[in-house]
Design a binder for this molecule. Structure first.
Ligand code: PMP
Length: 356
């Protein structure tokens, strides 16, 4: 049976990425050796690293003066690397608290110095993006989470401000055009739109580094990884290789311009059905809804088992909501087809036909 994988992450990747990366595990580049048994300093792997970096630069139009890094430790390690490298000893940082991940990021920064949450949507279980706040011009940085994977909200417009903006784009990187020059640092765990878990993409404006007067441990210092081209230590070769394949797939099909249209189409279809069908209701504020993760509830709790069984029978997987929201979450990352969204919508419509 064909599967329709709506998992929030790790998640669906293009079929050809699974195929090519599994081939490379057995025989990489006709070497009769596996990708994961050769030196990361070999010409064959260095080519993968170089290609991955140049694809990120090309697809996101990364300006000069920015470095592209493939690190480890997930997006979660960035929560502490950011203040370590950007928050001056007598400086201050601010965070917009739009969900669990933003809160976790701010918690780490508090270990390093003056960190304020200047806006939060915790008062309504993070179902909206707060927009009324003033930004102190003297901040070392302001931190955002662009897409709140758990709560299904997404920032549509970033403010124009003087302090550098640092943004966790783990769950919407490569899903639409972005203007990298507006950011001081962008980071994203690979395991949504880029590849398998194991590497974290960091795009960093070089001239913001080196101003904190802190002694930074070597591995936690961005400059180390810039100087060594993400090869200071052994990189996660499989995750980077599969990410390269995903980015090649994206480029071949038309890049972020193309995928943005596809993603908007999928999200519009999904939200139209959630709004139209009286058996379902969305949980996020309409204007702040995420194109990546649509969160919704059944209006008649008694239909839970029947809906879930129908999904299972039709090959739909991964739509259970996060425990802090409940209900359902349809994650519609780049590799999810329009056909999969249609399938889910059909099930919702069949349920409505039967009961309404
Ligand atoms: N930020 C966001 C927006 C996320 O969705 C996640 C997890 N999926 C994380 C951070 C944490 O990422 P990781 O597991 O790579 O540390």
């Amino acid at each position: 049976m064909k599967k329709h994988n709506f998992s929030a992450g790790p998640c669906i990747l293009p079929k050809e990425v699974f195929k090519k990366s599994s081939d490379a595990l057995l025989n990489f580049n006709e070497l009769n050796l596996s990708l994961i048994e050769i030196s990361h300093r070999s010409k064959d792997f260095v080519t993968v690293m170089d290609k991955s970096i140049s694809l990120v630069r090309e697809l996101l139009n990364v300006p000069n003066g920015y470095s592209v890094l493939f690190l480890q430790g997930g997006a979660s390690l960035q929560f502490c690397m950011i203040p370590y490298n950007f928050l001056k000893k007598d400086g201050k940082a601010a965070y917009i608290e739009t969900g669990t991940w933003a809160r976790k990021a701010a918690k780490e920064a508090k270990l390093f110095g003056d960190t304020k949450i200047i806006a939060s949507s915790a008062d309504n279980n993070f179902n909206y993006i707060p927009k009324n706040y003033t930004v102190d011009e003297n901040l070392n940085y302001l931190h955002f989470t662009s897409n709140n994977t758990i709560f299904g909200t997404q920032i549509k417009k970033f403010p124009s401000i003087k302090p550098p903006i640092i943004c966790d784009m783990s769950s919407d990187i490569f899903s639409k055009k972005i203007d990298v020059s507006k950011f001081g640092l962008i980071y994203a765990g690979a395991q949504k739109n880029m590849g398998p878990a194991g590497t974290t993409l960091v795009i960093i404006k070089d001239n913001l580094l080196g101003h904190t007067n802190r002694e930074i441990p070597t591995m936690l210092n961005y400059q180390t990884h810039i100087d060594k081209g993400s090869m200071f230590n052994t990189p996660p070769v499989f995750s980077i290789y599969a990410s390269m394949l995903t980015l090649e797939w994206l480029k071949k099909n038309g890049g972020v311009d193309w995928i943005e249209k596809v993603n908007n189409k999928k999200a519009n279809m999904m939200y139209n059905e959630i709004d139209r069908n009286t058996l379902f209701c969305g949980t996020a504020k309409t204007t702040d809804r995420s194109t990546m993760n649509a969160t919704f509830l059944l209006t008649q709790a008694s239909l839970k088992n029947e809906f879930e069984l129908a999904c299972k029978n039709e090959g739909i997987s991964g739509i259970n909501g996060h425990r802090s929201v409940g209900g359902y979450r349809a994650s519609m990352y780049n590799a999810l087809s329009i056909e999969s969204v249609e399938k889910l919508i059909t099930i919702m419509q069949q349920l409505e036909k039967k009961y309404i």
